[in-house]
Design a protein around this ligand. Structure first.
Ligand code: HEC
Length: 124
């Protein structure tokens, strides 16, 4: 009787764990794909998700100029239609505001005095 019970509770445990795993991974992708709700998000949803998923947008970042250059690039090479000026402006503002230029994630360079000697430097 006892071993059966152990096996039974073990299976229940596995089942619960698998549900938990499935659930968290589903949440991760969903939240990455969902646009931040802010002024202009519907314009992006309507005009920018026809050819690719929102993930391509939410995983990118940049200043307004950078976002504008991406739009121009898509217009020139990928068949993105011309956007009405006020529409484009609200899309660009939304993107720059919510997916703006990231701070560099690299640490600052070491001071020259803290660097080891350069073995390749000529001595003459
Ligand atoms: C007509 C189709 C189309 C529409 C509409 C479109 N795109 Fe794209 N976009 C593309 C294609 C094609 C690529 C390249 C995909 C790839 O590299 O896999 C791309 C790539 C991108 C990239 C990645 C660029 C990079 O540097 O890697 C971003 C960001 C992007 N689009 C944002 C947008 C935004 C914002 C909009 C709305 C203004 C938009 N897209 C609308 C076709 C489109």
């Amino acid at each position: 009787m006892k071993p059966y019970f152990a096996l039974f509770s073990f299976s229940i445990g596995l089942f619960a764990a698998s549900l938990l795993l499935q659930n968290t991974s589903a949440q991760d992708t969903e939240s990455d794909e969902r646009l931040i709700i802010d002024d202009g998000w519907q314009a992006v949803q309507e005009n920018c998700t026809e050819c690719h998923s929102t993930l391509l947008i939410t995983q990118n970042s940049g200043s307004k100029t950078v976002w504008e250059s991406r739009i121009r690039w898509m217009q020139e090479t990928q068949g993105l239609q011309q956007l009405e000026e006020s529409l484009e402006e609200s899309i660009l503002n939304y993107l720059a505001q919510n997916y703006g230029q990231k701070e560099s994630s690299r640490r600052a360079s070491l001071a020259v005095t803290l660097m080891p000697d350069n073995p390749y430097e000529s001595i003459d």
